[in-house]
Design a protein around this ligand. Structure first.
Ligand code: BGC
Length: 767
């Protein structure tokens, strides 16, 4: 066995020993002769390897198991862990997930490389969603920065730490658009907007993958969950998805296409059915669109057990049928269903699936392994010294702190209660979350250790000119929690409230660290209530009676319905779950050393009953009140149509004004829009200038507004800058119901300003 293995390696190396420089896909296909040569060399290597693989070994490449000591989903079949080592030795595993650490990965890789017949290295996957050991804000929070460079950097340092710990593939970015804050996984995405979501998805892909996938500082990315997962009915995780073609083509698919165009190495399909067909068995999605129209040449991994779950969907009757349909539909790798390994050989031998399909899937998987440089050096990601010097290093900490500050959103600041003076104040800090060093790490941070975030209390200590009193008050959550289990919330015990109320009477300002624990959002954690959990609303109202100078530091992994707080509490900062540097970032914003600049990537409803409420809705046939007191228009009788905070909203410690909107040129479906923005306040600040269009009449009805451009503008007090944004056919067109991208002539409106509700309006016409 060893002799054959060495022989194969010699043949492969003789074709080329140079490592492969991965470029974004468009670069890869450029007529650059060096790149073409490298691509051809890899393709030749893949062909020669495929030529000597047995059917069993090919199926092995399509099989992915979770590690032996950790699971992120339902535990594997009993006893199966024991057989995994055997499978590994037989070459029946192409990938593992949830194995981390340079030493541990090296040990596994050694078996794959030295003990299997062909020595094909494993690709090691992990959910590096918003950081590995050092954690960035949850992705929804990062998205509130609208800062593509900072987001890219955040993914870059996450990749660096992960790569140093043996991981070479992350299951991120999640580019699922969602309009339902009840869905727990909104914390993992970029919010409700397709345009912003596409840009952020691409920034994350570029951050993870860099421009050289074979570098030991980068890892392969994975656009997930293909497709529609964010449209689960009633926001309940894993639920049915039934959407029309217009929503599918215009809202759900574009971020995936953008990731594919940017050269994302892999895709993950999803648990949900889409219009009656489970996504995992959906060849319209995976074959026609992804691998067909979009020409995607990486591989598709199933979601955890999603091939097997097609039985639960009652789409197939047997595991064998599930394997067959998933394969036919374009799912290349089976994550933890164990069905490919059980059934594909039979399916091929009985001519139910062709060997051509298997070869295509295996080639795709090998291609990424070659691009990662694993054939040149299977231990490239397994250097314990590099791991030690990288984890938690200064550049990583700096990047996550920068990201955390930029993610905070100032929702209300009546009477300029914020920023606080740095000395002479008696500050009362309330709430279990203020001392918590784990919840800020967010839900999807499997690699990080509990208790490693800087708490709010620790962050505040650096501003030692004020006098702090911390009283925890009523318990909010039970500190015994774990990733797969539900967290227990205190729904009735107000013990400790009276002590807070007494202290509040003597405080100059009260900082309320209230909101959700990180384990109230994330996978499997949808909620029917999105207001302050447990007894917090009642406690807040009582504390407010004792002292009106309250700042609510709102912790959340989703938009929250905080109508009462908005009406009463003077200061509200959305501090999400901000990661390892959380407390430092919040303190800097509270004291004005960082002027908040975040803007909401998702609408905040007043009440759950308004959901779905999103800015780019349609007009309907009855958009307006026809006459006083008549009911015949699209509305509720018990609440207005306006959300609490619209998409794109966020305040600053300074103010900005917009003027001189010009549509400068309309030529060949290219439009140049310019406008001026002035800092009209006293402090330096940063504004996210946003541009929306309305295509006034469409052959498929168009949304009332659509984000089509934005720019981050830093302005000193009184400074004015001109912003110019180009709109091309990419921004002006849309997909019709046949999935064809079209640009229609006619009138357009354009809006610019600091949120989706901006009123500064212009117009142009396309011929
Ligand atoms: C999730 C995926 C994740 C996978 C592996 C699944 O339950 O839906 O997003 O990447 O587990 O952990």
């Amino acid at each position: 066995m060893k002799i054959i293995s060495r022989f194969i390696i010699v043949v492969l190396l003789s074709i080329s020993a140079s490592s492969f420089a991965f470029k974004a896909k468009e670069n890869l296909h450029k007529a650059d002769s060096t790149d073409n040569k490298t691509v051809n060399i890899i393709e030749t290597k893949i062909d020669s390897l495929i030529g000597i693989m047995t059917l069993e070994e090919k199926i092995g490449q399509m099989n992915q198991y979770t590690g032996f000591w950790d699971v992120t989903g339902p535990a594997p079949k009993e006893g199966s862990a024991a057989t995994k080592y055997d499978d590994l030795r037989k070459g029946l595993i192409g990938s593992m997930l949830n194995v981390t650490g340079a030493e541990q990965v090296r040990a596994l890789q050694k078996i794959a490389v030295e003990e299997t017949r062909l020595g094909i290295p494993l690709i090691i996957g992990f959910d590096v969603i918003h950081g590995y050991k050092t954690v960035s804000p949850i992705p929804l929070a990062e998205s509130a920065s609208w800062d593509l460079e900072a987001i890219k950097k955040s993914a870059e340092v996450a990749a660096l730490e992960a790569a140093a710990s043996g991981i070479n593939w992350t299951f991120a970015p999640m580019v699922d658009i969602s309009r339902d804050p009840r869905w727990g996984r909104v914390m993992e995405g970029a919010g409700e907007d397709t345009y912003l979501g596409s840009k952020i998805g691409v920034a994350r892909v570029m951050g993870f993958q860099g421009d050289d996938l074979s570098s030991k500082r980068t890892i392969a990315a994975c656009a997930k969950h293909f497709a529609g997962y964010g449209f689960a009915e009633s926001g309940k995780d894993y639920n049915t998805v039934d959407v029309g073609t217009s929503t599918l083509f215009n809202i759900i698919l574009p971020p995936f296409k953008a990731a594919s165009d940017a050269g994302v190495a892999t895709f993950m399909n999803s648990f949900n059915e889409l219009n009656g067909i489970p996504a995992t068995g959906n060849s319209f999605l995976q074959r026609d669109i992804l691998k067909g129209k979009w020409n995607f040449d990486g591989f598709v991994v199933s979601d955890w057990g999603s091939i097997m779950e097609m039985l639960n969907h009652r789409y197939v009757a047997t595991g064998k049928d599930a394997a067959e349909l998933a394969l036919l539909a374009g799912s290349d790798m089976d994550m933890e269903s164990h069905l490919y390994i059980e059934h594909i050989a039979d399916l091929v031998e009985n001519n139910e699936v062709s060997i051509g399909l298997i070869d295509d899937a295996v080639k795709r998987i090998l291609r990424i392994k070659f691009q990662l440089g694993l054939f040149d050096d299977p231990y490239r990601y397994c250097d314990p010294n590099f791991e030690k010097e990288t984890i938690g290093s200064k550049p990583v900490q700096d990047a996550v702190l920068d990201m955390a500050k930029k993610s905070i959103v100032l929702l209300k600041n009546e009477g300029n209660i914020l920023p606080l003076e740095k000395s002479g104040l008696n500050v009362l800090v309330v709430g279990q979350l203020a001392r918590d060093k784990t919840s800020p790490l967010g839900n999807w941070r499997l690699g990080a250790d509990n208790g490693t975030a800087v708490s709010l209390l620790e962050g505040l200590q650096k501003y030692d000119g004020n006098n702090y009193t911390f009283i925890e008050g009523p318990k909010m959550f039970d500190e015994e929690f774990s990733f797969p289990k539900e967290i227990k919330i205190n729904n009735n015990d107000l013990t400790g409230l009276q002590e807070v109320i007494r202290a509040a009477r003597n405080a100059d300002v009260v900082l309320l660290a209230f909101g959700e624990h990180a384990f109230q959002s994330g996978e499997g954690r949808s909620q029917s209530h999105i207001s302050l959990p447990g007894v917090q609303q009642e406690a807040m109202e009582e504390i407010y009676k004792a002292n009106k100078n309250v700042v609510l530091l709102l912790h959340n992994g989703r938009p929250s319905a905080i109508d009462w707080a908005d009406k009463n509490i003077p200061g509200i900062l959305d501090v999400w779950q901000l990661g390892t540097q959380s407390g430092n970032a919040i303190a800097e914003v509270i004291y004005g050393d960082y002027n908040p600049s975040g803007k909401l990537p998702m609408t905040f409803p007043k009440s759950v009953g308004q959901i779905p409420v999103y800015y780019n809705h349609k007009s309907t046939g009855r958009p307006k009140l026809p006459a006083p007191d008549e009911v015949f228009w699209s509305h509720y009788t018990d609440i207005d149509n306006e959300p609490l905070y619209p998409f794109g909203y966020g305040l600053s410690y300074t103010t900005f004004s917009y003027s001189n909107l010009n549509v400068d040129k309309v030529e060949n479906n290219k439009v140049t829009v310019s406008f001026e923005i002035k800092n009209t306040g006293k402090r330096e600040g940063r504004e996210v200038a946003q541009l929306y269009i309305q295509d006034v009449v469409g052959s498929v009805t168009r949304p009332v507004r659509e984000l089509k451009g934005f720019e981050l503008v830093n302005l000193k007090s009184n400074e004015t800058k001109k912003v110019t944004i180009q709109l091309t056919e990419n921004e002006l067109g849309f997909y019709n119901n046949d999935g064809k991208f079209i640009v229609e002539p006619g009138d357009f409106k354009v809006f610019v300003g600091g949120s989706s509700k901006t009123q500064l309006e212009g117009a142009f016409k396309l011929d």
